[in-house]
Design a binder for this molecule. Sequence first.
Ligand code: A3P
Ligand code: MG
Ligand code: MG
Length: 376
Amino acid sequence: PYSPKRFRAGDEAPVPRSLSTRAQLYERVFPEYKQPVEIGVFSLDSERAFFNDSRQLRYYVDPGKKPNFNLRDGYRDRFVKRDDGVKEKLDHVLRWIVTNRAKLCSTSSSSTSCTLGVDFVTWRGHLTKLLVTPYETQEGWLLAVSKFRGTLYMSEVETEAARVNRENRTERHEEMMYWGYKFEQYICADDVNGVPDRGGVVNTNEAFCTVVQTRLADHKLLFSGEVDCREKDPRAPPAPACYVELKTSAEICTPKQRSNFHRYKLLKWWAQSFLPGVPRIVAGFRDHDGVVVSVETIHVLKISQLIKKEHNCWKPTVCMNFCSDFLSFVKSVVKEDNPRLVYLFAWEPHRDVTYTIHRDSQYTFLPDWYLKEMAS
Ligand code: A3P
Ligand code: MG
Ligand code: MG
């Protein structure tokens, strides 16, 4: 890798080499975050094939307060697991952009090529990782960034530590990862007037994704995120306000467990749903044997109130300001518009964010089909 230069020819401003992640530095007024607007949707079917429609969207069916769902049911015999060794990078988002380029792009008179008019294209999940960074002490991240026709594309790279963890999961952990999807099956119907099919197969290849546009401070963002289900009432507000995020968590029996839930779980839940403007989380609390003993609704905008009772807790403003400053850092570093160049931003807990630059490497992630489609 090339080592980052402090100054470049013809550039006035020095390019910063690193960015601090210390939470205190980001305690200032909440940055402007525009209400996210859904500009499209797509679906991935049971074989992970892309469709430019909502065929995988499911409908929320109220399970009641004490449902007794057994999340272990079907793990051995009715489970098709997505191969998480296959790295899809931004491909599905790029497929959505190419499919919808006519309505997305501004084409200049001198050429037919496409400029998106946004600063960043990425997955919601990557932004979630950025939001929680000032409070994360366990797992680092790697984000690859390339600039193409004025837009910065940001795609996660699996860290070595994450790969080792993924390849060495315990049987118990593997099964517990299934529980979240099984909970979804107990609560979701495929049709607006349907009922959940608890005897069906859980296939984690299937996904429904929203594509939203918004702005954080002066960063125009286009990102996509998977959505669990929507309210079935046709009078529900338009997307993303009708969407519901489903979550499971261990039941809370002690004040210590409640405090940990607020400090760690709610941070991740809030970040994930706040970003695309999903207003409601339905949480299933399960015992050690995977039986859901209670279900509660959590309103995303009320989470900041909930956690204020906690001493020394996380703050939404720190998350959003860090994200905004990171995106400014990326803009100041990634100057060359060239999809064959990857700027790899790296972070480990208790360290600053740093970067390296790679040309035509294993990190290059914008596929030729995308570059061609957007240039023609
Ligand atoms: P829970 O949400 O109940 O934890 P999501 O909640 O984002 O819709 O994801 C659905 C389920 O996928 C999760 O259910 C969990 O079971 C599994 N899952 C998601 N991200 C995961 C991760 N990083 N590691 C392990 N399991 C994960
Ligand atoms: Mg989901
Ligand atoms: Mg969920």
